[in-house]
Write a new protein. Structure first.
Length: 347
């Protein structure tokens, strides 16, 4: 077993604290990664606080992991010691169901094994990237292109793929008008990616203070949602809406901004449900959809897309000792636009 240091929540709503635990030994198909950086996703906060009701403790969160390969299993050919690699939201799946065979491991019928707060075949609780090292099967390890900085690339492993995948799935591109709701970790990646795909992007935000940032990130327009005129002016305007908001809010107000046959895609995952009026959908044959992260193949494709278009996350690099304060700041919307933990601070 491999002695590993990390930060964990020991129970719901407890502050994260230093925590030592054991990783499994490196098996023939495993890669040992020394973690250099890990992003803080809002899902980490939902999970650490058991807001979705599925959390397992003790929990070392973190699924935006970047590091270097420090040991390889006897059967590994595709990776070598020193390679820069990443791990996202899952570390295994059944590998035989239709979803797995199509590269949609996040929708595995046999149950995707989440990077943390999952239970592996041996019955151990998986532990995530707020830690010094991780052992992962080679099929679930991503390559980080050398032109991307490790810290700026880490958030691509969740925030990047979660926004890239629906844009690709629905073919959002040059002739479309897209609204991105919420300019946070996911939202700012959505703006950058959609802009690179040639899309006209409008940011809909609760915070007037983000107007200049939205433009700098590549948005064509910006509107604040506290102003009721936003909802009359933009009625029926958008082909697509990508909703990245982490807290309950009125979906109907946004659905009314879609044109005929428009689609609103939820990626934000608030802890409580929101009623949807049938008429919000019926009157213009609108669709309400959802999307969960992305598969390994598409995540690798997204990383290459980002390298090609010089896209990284806008980050604030912090030591692990500041993780609890960072959680509070994420909840206040006070981050531009992703906290990334410098895991060197844990050694
Ligand atoms: P984040 O950085 O906190 O961003 C969320 C943004 O939502 C905030 O910056 C804020 O933007 C807006 N917002 C917050 N509270 C709001 C409210 N009450 N009403 C309206 N807008 C509000 O979080 P994130 O890391 O991007 O994650 C966003 C959500 O996506 C979380 O629920 C997370 O769990 C989920 N998620 C889902 C997937 C998936 O696969 N589907 C993957 C990763 C994360 P403004 O200041 O611009 O209003
Ligand atoms: Zn995430
Ligand atoms: Zn499967």
């Amino acid at each position: 077993m491999l002695e590993t240091k990390g930060y964990a929540a020991l129970a719901a709503k407890e502050r994260l604290q230093p925590f030592s635990f054991e990783r499994r030994d490196v098996g023939p198909y495993d890669v040992l990664i020394t973690i250099s950086h890990c992003g803080i996703c809002h899902s980490d906060i939902h999970q650490a606080r058991n807001e979705w009701g599925i959390s397992l403790y003790p929990m070392v969160p973190g699924h935006e992991i970047v590091g270097a390969v420090s040991q390889i299993g006897s059967a590994i050919q595709a990776f070598k010691v020193g390679d820069r690699v990443g791990v996202g939201c899952f570390v295994d799946s059944c590998r035989t169901c239709t979803a797995c065979r199509e590269g949609l491991e996040q929708y595995c019928d046999g149950g995707t094994l989440w990077t943390y707060s999952g239970q592996d075949k041996a019955g151990r609780i998986t532990q995530g990237g707020y830690s010094t090292q991780i052992v992962v099967d080679e099929n679930y390890v991503l390559r980080i292109p050398s032109t991307l900085s490790p810290a700026g690339a880490a958030p691509l492993l969740c925030a990047g793929i979660t926004t890239y995948s629906p844009l690709r799935q629905w073919g959002v591109g040059r002739y479309h008008k897209l609204a991105v709701v919420g300019l946070g970790g996911l939202g700012h990646m959505a703006v950058k990616l959609a802009k690179a795909m040639g899309t006209e992007v409008t940011v809909l935000s609760t915070s007037e203070k983000k107007r200049e940032d939205a433009k700098r990130l590549g948005a064509t327009s910006f509107a604040v949602t506290s102003n009721p005129q936003t909802f009359t002016k933009l009625q029926g305007y958008f082909d697509y809406i990508l909703d990245t908001v982490s807290a309950p809010h009125d979906y109907n107000a946004y659905l009314n901004l879609l044109k005929t046959d428009g689609t609103m895609i939820l990626v934000g995952a608030p802890e409580r449900p929101t009623p949807v009026q049938a008429f919000s959908l019926i009157v213009k044959r609108r669709r309400l959809a959802g999307s969960l992260i992305g598969g390994i193949k598409e995540t690798q494709e997204m990383l290459h897309f980002c390298a090609q278009h010089h896209i990284e996350s806008d980050i604030e690099l912090i030591p692990i000792q500041q993780v609890n304060e960072a959680y509070e700041r994420v909840l206040r919307g006070d981050v531009r636009y992703r906290f990334v933990l410098d895991m060197g601070s844990l050694k």
